[in-house]
Structures are given as structure tokens and as C-alpha cells.
Design a protein around this ligand. Structure first.
Ligand code: NAD
Length: 295
């Protein structure tokens, strides 16, 4: 059993921390929201005080925060994780953040002799609760090996994508594919409607043809063909348009920084920006099909 400081007990972090409790660890939870701490205690966790107090006792620190801004501040701030953590502790950041911040924070941590893994996830709140998340990890081999048992308690598929920052790189590349294919799939269904082609017919054909993708066969943006997709429940998330927009912007930042040409990614970011600005930021990202219909 380890003592784990878990910082950021939100929609994802809350259930992830609960799975570490179930695995038998002492999980000291920290969040700025009192309600999140109370849920953590109800799930068998321990309420932490300040970040400095929580990490001073921890063998492992896991963070699940909104963006790179919070990660940078909480790891590198004066009373933050890197200055205050116990010597030899393992640091795991599962937030989805920009590659540059992930690499910069890992470098400072390494300078202090601390092993750090970036380990963003896919699988959403359902996967976080069920303990079936996919973790995409960036860090040294030894760091990955140390982190794996903890990640196994929260996820089903744990992949080592290379050195520091490569977990974030894998995550934003994957989600750029997802954003683009969701728009492409939605456009095809809107065109089919106009051409008098039934949605189920298009699904049956495209799902067995070269138009096949996860956006079509697992998360179909129109009601009917895939009963579990958000289209069948009024586009309640799931994965919000705001989250997709965040990841597409991270992909664009990374493309600019690395000098990669990603025009379809740029267009997807622009379309999700317009969709979210229409008051749909909290709608599932597959609802973009309605935006493309002009609704
Ligand atoms: P969330 O907003 O529900 O949770 C973030 C938590 O961090 C909140 O409880 C917030 O109070 C806490 N927090 C913020 N600043 C803090 C600080 N200074 N100190 C302590 N706690 C602080 O977000 P979420 O949905 O849990 O997402 C977390 C991360 O996971 C994000 O980076 C997101 O992009 C990523 N992610 C989310 C999903 C999803 O489906 N929700 C899926 C994959 C990845």
C-alpha cells in the first residue's frame, strides 16, 4: 500500500482517486472545491490540507487538473509539488495539457531528481468510474515501470509512448483525428439527408467500407444506428464540445511550435470554436452535426 496525494478531484479525478482507494492505497485528496473533497472522503479517501502538506507525506503524486496553467503553477510554484514533495516520490500528471508545458515541468522535476510521467487519458468519465481508462504515457522506461501498477488500478490499456511529453503528443494527435473524423462523418450524414439516402443505409454501407471510423461505428452523430451514442440522448455528454475545442487548440499550438502543417486540424478547431460559441460548449461534441445542418 502506498500513500498517494491526488490533486484535482473533478469529474475525472474523483472517480480515478476512488479506484486507487479501492486498490488499497491511502489516497490524500486535494481540491479547491469542498464538495469534491467530501465526495472523496465518502469514497474512502482522506481529506488533504494544502498541497505542500499532502505531497510531503506522499510516495506518489497524481494530478488531474484543467490545463497547463494549473499544472505549471501547482508543480513549480513556491509551495508547489516539486519544491515540497518527499525525496524520491513519483509524479504522474494525467491532465490533458500542452506538450511544451509537460516537457518543461518534467525537466525541472528531473533536475531535482524526481521521476515524472505525463499520462493523459481517454475514456471519459464512464471509463474513469469503471477503471477502464486508456493511459498514454511519456517518460523514462523506469518511471513508466514504477507508475504502471497505479495506472493499472485506474485503467485497462496503459501505453508507453516514449520520453517526456510523448503521452500528451499521442493524446492531442488522437483527438485531432477524432475531431476531424467527427466533422467528416457528420457532413456525410447531412449530405445523405439532402440526397434522400436513409441514415441507417449510409451507416450500414460506410461502416463496412472505406468511410469506417470510430466516429461512425462507436459514436455515430445521428440517432438510430448506434443506440449507445449521445445522439440518442439529445447529445448530452459524453465528451463536450468545449473539451474537443480545448484539445484541438492544443494540437494547433503543438503544430505551430513543431512546424507541422495541419490544415484540417485548424479547420476542425475553427468549426468547434463556432459551434461552442453558439451556446453549445456543454453539448456533446457529436452535436456538431446539428450545426452543420444549420440548426
Ligand atoms: P474538472 O474541471 O471536473 O476537474 C478539475 C478539478 O481540478 C476540479 O475539481 C477543480 O476544482 C480542481 N482544481 C483546479 N485548480 C485547482 C488547484 N489550484 N488546486 C486544486 N484543485 C484544483 O475537469 P475533468 O473533466 O476532471 O478534467 C480534468 C482533465 O482531464 C482535463 O485536463 C481534461 O481535459 C482531461 N480529460 C477529461 C475528460 C472528460 O471526459 N471529462 C476526458 C479525458 C481527459
Amino acid at each position: 500500500m502506498s500513500t498517494i496525494a491526488f490533486i484535482g478531484l473533478g469529474n475525472m479525478g474523483g472517480p480515478m482517486a476512488a479506484n486507487l482507494v479501492k486498490a488499497g492505497h491511502k489516497v490524500v485528496g486535494v481540491d479547491v472545491t469542498q464538495a469534491a473533497i467530501e465526495r472523496h472522503v465518502a469514497a474512502g479517501g482522506v481529506a488533504g490540507g494544502s498541497i505542500a502538506e499532502a505531497v510531503a507525506e506522499a510516495d506518489v503524486v497524481v494530478t488531474m487538473l484543467p490545463s497547463g496553467r494549473e499544472v505549471n503553477a501547482l508543480y513549480l510554484g513556491e509551495n508547489g509539488i516539486v519544491p515540497k514533495v518527499k525525496a524520491g516520490a513519483l509524479l504522474i500528471d494525467s491532465s490533458t495539457i500542452d506538450v511544451d508545458t509537460a516537457r518543461a515541468v518534467a525537466k525541472v522535476a528531473a533536475g531535482k531528481g524526481l521521476a515524472m510521467l505525463d499520462a493523459p487519458v481517454s475514456g471519459g468519465t464512464g471509463g474513469a468510474t469503471a477503471g477502464t481508462l486508456t493511459f498514454m504515457c511519456g517518460g523514462e522506461d523506469a518511471t513508466f515501470a514504477r507508475a504502471k501498477p497505479y495506472l493499472d488500478a485506474m485503467g485497462k490499456t496503459i501505453v508507453h509512448a516514449g520520453g517526456p511529453g510523448n503521452g500528451q503528443a499521442a493524446k492531442i494527435c488522437n483527438n485531432m483525428i477524432l475531431g476531424i473524423t467527427m466533422i467528416a462523418t457528420s457532413e456525410a450524414f447531412v449530405l445523405a439527408e439532402k440526397l434522400g439516402l436513409d441514415a441507417q443505409q449510409l451507416f450500414d454501407i460506410a461502416s463496412k467500407s472505406s468511410g469506417q471510423s470510430w466516429s461512425l461505428t462507436t459514436y455515430c452523430p445521428v440517432p438510430g444506428p448506434v443506440p449507445t451514442s449521445p445522439a440518442n440522448r439529445g447529445y448530452q455528454p459524453g465528451f463536450t464540445a468545449a473539451m474537443m475545442l480545448k484539445d484541438l487548440k492544443l494540437a494547433q499550438d503543438a503544430a505551430r511550435s513543431a512546424g507541422a502543417v495541419t490544415p484540417m486540424g485548424a479547420e476542425a478547431a475553427s468549426l468547434y470554436g463556432l459551434y461552442a460559441a453558439q451556446g453549445e460548449a456543454g453539448t456533446d461534441f457529436s452535436g456538431i452535426v446539428n450545426f452543420l445542418r444549420g440548426r
